[in-house]
Design a protein around this ligand. Structure first.
Ligand SMILES: *Cc1c(COP(=O)(O)O)cnc(C)c1O
Length: 379
């Protein structure tokens, strides 16, 4: 059994994708061509933004966002303590200082109250300039942009949406990648909208930011490629990946609907045994991962071993909160304790989930988990 079944997904659209790949090969124009242009237009319309700038991967998309706003030395960038390191890393590369915030106990997204405390402490200390907050649509569940936007406005913070796990999700009639001042996403193969290699995009409604992103993506180009006006990057999406994304974007809404059905079956079967994902009223999750939170670390480790023994993949997303990573050992935490992020990391487990998981495989996962709990009760 696969953790995320990309082969089953490819079989669904194989004809269309193979055709598109051959078409791109026939044109032999491989970088920033028609497919990229078409994809940018469609992706921007899909999420409800004026502009999309496709780029080489999600980490670069975030770096381009930080660069476009000149985030750098002396700036504090507030990040959730539970995320993938790529949320934080490009801010550090720009010379900014990460400040971690705890997550909410129920949604696992950045906790607005912890953010408020951390911003207050940084302001009071006066060493760093509170500059940006990066909200992650963690596991495909949109962050609380109402509360975050209000805090960002009050403290003059740039609100960045890291929607690497949120493509196709939404809240109150809006789609992920449309929240915040600027949004970044990833098309890594296992993300909700994945290509067959690396890919990413930045979304903005601001014309000046858009122009800057186009320049930054190609070595800080000016009017031409050899008239460079700033230090930029090489962060382009290639035509093959854009062509594949053009095919897959057309199927995304149907996949999101299938994800709701798969999640509902797990919710109903497993909700009595573990904490299952909670999605607020009016919110649609992309279920980038389906995560169970168990009553203790011992139970989580036991279940993980039991499933592996049955040939069922079970993976931790993520085993460590940011403050526990060796690379961030020196980061000032301002007395914040991160109990929710720590407890999530120590008790959570991802189980096989994809839009095209078969009913038989899903039943096997459910039965494997039930067996574990009934054996537990006997000892
Ligand atoms: C995957 C991911 C990224 C980085 O995307 P890549 O395309 O792998 O560079 C950034 N943030 C989050 C939350 C992610 O899950």
């Amino acid at each position: 059994m696969e953790f995320i079944d990309l082969k089953a997904q490819y079989r669904q659209y194989q004809g269309e994708i193979d055709h598109k790949i051959l078409e791109v090969m026939g044109k032999a124009h491989f970088i920033l061509g028609e497919e990229v242009g078409a994809f940018e237009g469609r992706a921007a319309r899909y999420v409800g933004r004026r502009h999309a700038v496709a780029c080489s991967d999600g980490t670069s998309a975030l770096q381009l966002a930080y660069m476009a706003y000149g985030v750098g030395p002396g700036d504090a960038v507030f990040c959730p303590d539970m995320t993938f390191i790529a949320t934080v890393e490009p801010a550090c590369l720009m010379g900014a200082t990460p400040v971690f915030c705890d997550i909410d106990r129920v949604s696992y997204n950045i906790d607005p109250e912890s953010l408020e405390r951390q911003v207050g402490r940084v302001e009071k200390e006066g060493r760093l300039r509170p500059r940006a907050v990066v909200a992650v649509d963690f596991l495909g569940n949109p962050a609380d942009y109402g509360a975050l936007g209000e805090i960002a406005r009050r403290h003059g913070l740039l609100l960045i949406e890291d929607a690497a796990q949120g493509m196709g999700a939404g809240a109150h009639g809006r789609r992920c990648c449309s929240f915040g001042d600027i949004a970044a996403t990833s098309f890594f193969p296992t993300k909700p909208l994945g290509c067959y290699g690396d890919g990413g995009a930045v979304f903005t409604d601001d014309e000046e930011v858009y122009e800057r992103l186009l320049s930054l993506r190609v070595h800080g180009k000016g009017a031409t490629k050899y008239d460079n006006v700033r230090i930029g990057m090489n962060s382009r999406l290639d035509e093959l990946q854009a062509g594949i994304l053009n095919v897959k974007l057309g199927h995304l809404d149907r996949e999101i609907a299938l994800r709701q059905e798969v999640a509902k079956r797990y919710d109903e079967a497993l909700g009595v045994l573990a904490a299952v994902p909670q999605v607020r009223e009016g919110v649609v999750s992309a279920y980038a991962q389906y995560i169970l939170v168990l009553e203790s670390q011992e139970v989580r480790d036991g279940l993980m071993g039991h499933l592996k023994g049955q040939g069922i993949p079970a993976i931790q997303y993520y085993p460590n909160p940011m403050h526990r990573l060796p690379v961030f050992a020196g980061v000032e935490n301002y007395g914040e304790g991160f109990p929710n992020a720590t407890s999530y990391a120590d008790r959570s487990l991802g189980i096989p989930f994809s839009p095209y998981i078969s009913r038989e495989d899903q039943e096997r996962v459910i039965q494997g988990i039930r067996d574990f709990f009934s054996n537990q009760r006997c000892v």
